[in-house]
Design a protein around this ligand. Structure first.
Ligand SMILES: [Zn+2]
Length: 334
């Protein structure tokens, strides 16, 4: 298996130490994501799709937190780590203190691969707990997110960088959500989902493109949360000056400079979709609304329903099948 540079077309063996091309270009996400399989398992399921009402509209929630570590990231981590095990790689590095870190750490433990997770020193113990429960080695890096990024890239010279942002196999694994949705619904008009680094959006997009003809592909409605909105900025040609600050309920998508921004925006445009922005109180309200229905999600997951409420305003969508992806379990953040 080879990865191909998006800029210059140069090819690299997938198990090389290069996580991107020498020209600086990122590796292309495979056009046929379902060609890759792995035996590695932790008891994954086809996640439930339930019909509910939201702001007067009938919608479907895809409960994608019904996965071994409690988030959709397991789909990507399973395929990526499974392929690395087959290739005989015995040690990896990754930098995520959130759901991706927990997923990569768990699947590495299952595969018997040594997993090094790099995270900023000030990451809350609550977020580290799940990663720490596995056999993963935690590297706390002084300084901000940039210092952590620098440290993991340095470590990537010696060990494989199993990145949920750079590695195409991670996205190919996430594409299986599209497969399940198409099995369950004859027609889908819109998929509403949170976007940060784009692993969910780009994974689904490549899955949809492989499985459906162009006119049947649903519109992707991506949702970002103030004050970190680089995708919204790029899509709408505005600049809201993204800032991270401490009280962000949507910490899982608070990515100021997503590496695959251009690909994300192109996918949304190609699907005739849109990017919606939500405010912190709107996330809080949507979260409470779902919790009150017994749907126990983590705060970042409430960005989808909050964005949907904004998107629905002044629209008649009564004949449309709308899916909202719920990404992470509330049990993680208690
Ligand atoms: Zn290149």
């Amino acid at each position: 298996m080879e990865f191909e540079c998006l800029n210059c077309g140069e090819k690299y063996s997938f198990d090389s130490r290069n996580f991107k091309c020498n020209c600086g270009g990122l590796f292309k996400i495979p056009e046929k994501p379902f060609q890759y399989e792995t035996d590695l398992e932790l008891g994954e399921v086809k996640t439930p799709l339930i019909k509910k009402e939201l702001a007067g509209h009938e919608i479907y929630y895809k409960l994608d937190y019904y996965q071994p570590t409690g988030s959709f990231k397991d789909r990507g981590a399973r395929l990526l780590v499974g392929k690395l095990k087959e290739a005989g790689i015995n040690e990896i590095v990754e930098d995520s203190s959130g759901n991706a870190g927990a997923a990569v750490a768990a699947y590495s433990a299952a595969a018997g691969i040594i997993c090094n997770i790099y995270l900023p020193e000030d990451t809350s113990p609550r977020k580290i707990a799940q990663i720490e429960s596995t056999a993963a080695v935690i590297h706390k890096i002084q300084g901000d997110r940039g210092a952590t990024s620098f440290a993991v890239k340095k470590a990537a010279r010696d060990n494989y960088y199993a990145s949920h942002v750079y590695n195409p196999l991670f996205f190919a694994g996430v594409a299986t959500i599209a497969q399940e949705l198409i099995e369950d619904l004859k027609k889908i008009d819109e998929i509403i989902l949170p976007v940060g680094n784009g692993s969910l959006l780009l994974g689904i997009w490549h899955g949809l493109k492989e499985l459906l003809v162009k006119e049947d592909i649903p519109r992707l409605i991506a949702v970002q949360a103030e004050p970190v909105s680089p995708i919204w900025d790029e899509f709408h040609g505005k600049n809201l000056k993204s800032n991270t600050y401490t009280k962000n309920l949507a910490e899982g998508i608070a990515i100021k400079e997503p590496a695959r921004k251009k690909e994300i925006v192109e996918a949304i445009k190609e699907s005739n979709g849109n990017v919606i922005l939500v405010k912190q109180p709107e996330i809080k309200e949507a979260l409470q609304q779902l919790w009150n229905q017994g749907i126990y999600i983590e705060p970042t997951s409430a960005v989808g329903p909050a964005g949907a409420i904004n998107y629905f305003k002044n629209k008649d969508l009564s004949n449309e099948n709308i899916v909202i992806i719920l990404t992470g379990s509330g049990l993680k953040y208690n």
